[in-house]
Design a binder for this molecule. Structure first.
Ligand SMILES: Cc1cc2nc3c(=O)[nH]c(=O)nc-3n(C[C@H](O)[C@H](O)[C@H](O)COP(=O)(O)O)c2cc1C
Length: 134
């Protein structure tokens, strides 16, 4: 199980958003930009479902997800791979709704997508490119 270190968390904070890739059971890929997300714990990332269609369908059929985040100023980036679950009530959902509404009060999130991250890779150009973060 990968650990989302403070260094990785900092890049998530500086990333303009999250590129979130899913796939159907048959392997048809889908990637979307998401703005509403954050690190929940050392192993979990929260993404808020406001407009998802294919992404939500894909996760229900195939929970494997890849996420890319990057800091454009320092050219530092990480790729997360993990499994997603969907929650439509509870404290994580409520917390996510508050996060979205604090930024855009008119939006009504449908669900919280919680990704348990099992591996993290460096995408930053340089000697560590492609290395797994342990
Ligand atoms: C800059 C930007 C930020 C977005 N942020 C979110 C988000 O946080 N949550 C969300 O559900 N959709 C968000 N969207 C919409 C998704 O990218 C996408 O359009 C939506 O998931 C529907 O696509 P899908 O059917 O492939 O899932 C955002 C779109 C853009 C362009």
């Amino acid at each position: 199980m990968a650990k989302i270190t403070e260094e990785v968390k900092e890049v998530v904070g500086k990333s303009k958003g999250f590129a979130v890739a899913t796939a159907t059971k048959e392997g048809e890929p889908n990637v979307v930009p998401l703005a509403f997300g954050k690190v929940l714990s050392e192993t979990e990332v929260l993404l808020m479902d406001v407009f998802m269609k294919k992404t939500e369908e894909n996760i229900k059929a195939n929970p494997r997800v890849a996420i890319s985040v990057w800091d454009m100023e320092t050219y530092t980036g990480y790729q997360f791979k993990g499994s997603a679950r969907i929650e439509t009530s509870g404290s994580v959902f409520d917390d996510g709704v508050n996060m979205v509404k604090s930024m855009m009060p008119s939006l009504n999130p449908k669900a919280a997508v919680i990704v348990t991250v099992d591996s993290i890779y460096v995408t930053s150009p340089g000697p560590d490119l492609g290395k797994k973060v342990e």
